[in-house]
Design a protein around this ligand. Structure first.
Ligand SMILES: Nc1ncnc2c1ncn2[C@@H]1O[C@H](COP(=O)(O)OP(=O)(O)OP(=O)(O)O)[C@@H](O)[C@H]1O
Ligand SMILES: [Mg+2]
Length: 386
């Protein structure tokens, strides 16, 4: 289901990447065209500037000519000896120069208009280039982000999925555990209590007839009640080793290890670096106890080991736990692959989750035919327990 979700998401991201890639191509085209236009307009501007300079110098020349022709006119005006033709020719020359100046002004005006227009178009084209360049960078970043971070997106979803599966497993295990406890109470103490009732009735009846026999029955009754008490204590202990709170962490774990070692014929060495009980926080003490319990169970169930070594080191800010066995080891890759399998165990997953909840570190290392090592670091809680 979640895999489907991730697959779908991958497809969507891939399609998005294709669209972005196409858009990137289109933006590149726009950028290329805008750059071409900039270069054309710059050339045009150069031509117009040259034209303006040419007009300017022509203008200057004409102004000079006009000044001369005005001077000449003034000189022949004052000299009455000049003929009518001379006068007319001088006027015509001056007039021609004025016409040329007017034409020159007009072409200057036209050139200025064209230059303004080209400058405006150049400004627009430069803005388009800047925008397209920025867009190319941005689209590139989005492209890289989406293509580069796809795997971390997968990872994120896998983590979320593994948390969901773990929660489901925890609920399932809780239900199994309740069923197991109910069966244990039903087969053990509840059965024993109904026996006690029957035996008490037998005792009552026997006591009326034969006191000696009744005493024997009472002894049997005592044994049943004692067994019953034992199994109730065991059930309670399994639920939560209360001795952790009463006796403290070290004696409780020592007792558990001795029992395990005797029952399964596996040698277990246990070392703590501190005389006094260093684990004050009962959440941490219980976590270490459960990790030892699960690791020993795994060693017994899977490792075929002869020796287990458990070390607890109370450091300044944290508790360090190291559990190693000399068993047949296993490929730890199966742990990540087992997530989606319904029937795979969740002992190690549960240990890791418990440690992570307490903001600690959990490392499992295993070598085929050499053994398995679990290392845990649990920081002392900063908050006082309530
Ligand atoms: N000490 C070990 N030596 C060898 N193999 C191990 C050891 N601990 C774990 N394994 C392997 O890792 C697998 C996963 O262990 P895990 O504790 O998560 O599940 P489980 O023990 O199979 O089931 P559960 O703990 O839920 O009862 C085991 O099935 C086993 O193959
Ligand atoms: Mg297990």
């Amino acid at each position: 289901m979640a895999n489907l979700g991730i697959k779908k998401l991958n497809e969507i991201v891939k399609k998005t990447l294709n669209v972005i890639d196409d858009s990137k191509g289109a933006i590149f085209d726009i950028l290329e065209n805008a750059r071409k236009e900039v270069s054309q307009l710059k050339d045009e501007l150069q031509v117009l500037k040259a034209e303006a300079n040419r007009i300017m110098s022509q203008y200057k020349t004409l102004e000079g000519k006009l000044a001369q022709s005005k001077k000449y006119l003034a000189s022949i005006n004052s000299d009455l000896a000049n003929s009518q033709e001379q006068m007319e020719a001088a006027y015509k020359t001056a007039n021609d120069i004025l016409v040329e100046i007017a034409v020159c002004r007009e072409s200057e005006r036209q050139t200025i208009l064209r230059r303004n227009d080209v400058e405006r178009r150049l400004q627009n084209a430069l803005e388009t280039v800047a925008k397209a360049e920025k867009l190319v960078t941005q689209v590139g970043t989005v492209f890289d982000y989406l293509s580069g971070d796809l795997s971390s997106l997968d990872e994120h979803f896998e983590k979320t999925e593994s948390k969901r599966l773990l929660a489901l497993r925890i609920i399932k295990t809780q239900e199994n555990e309740r069923r197991r406890i109910a069966r244990e109470i039903h087969d053990g103490p509840a059965q024993a209590m109904s026996n006690v009732v029957i035996m008490t009735e037998i005792c009552e009846k026997t006591a009326e007839l034969d006191m000696g026999k009744a005493l024997i029955e009472l002894q049997k009754l005592k044994a049943v009640v004692r067994d019953c008490l034992k199994s109730v204590r065991r059930i309670i202990y399994d639920l939560r080793p209360m001795s952790i709170d009463d006796l403290g962490f070290t004696p409780t774990i020592q007792k558990y290890i001795e029992k395990f070692s005797a029952e399964h014929n596996i040698r277990v060495d246990f070392k703590v670096n501190s005389e006094e009980d260093c684990i004050k926080d009962s959440n941490i003490a219980l976590a270490v106890f459960r990790i030892v319990q699960e690791s020993l169970n795994n060693t017994y169930k899977h490792a075929d080991a002869t020796h287990v070594s458990i070390q607890v080191e109370c450091a300044q800010n944290s508790v360090l736990l190291r559990i190693s066995d000399d068993g047949n080891g296993f490929d730890t890759n199966i742990l990540s692959n087992s997530l989606n399998k319904e029937d795979s165990g969740f002992g190690i997953l549960g240990m890791r989750e418990r440690v992570e909840l307490l903001e600690g570190e959990f490392i499992i290392d295993s070598k085929i035919n050499v053994g398995t090592i679990i290392r845990v670091k649990l920081p002392y809680s900063l908050q006082e327990e309530t």
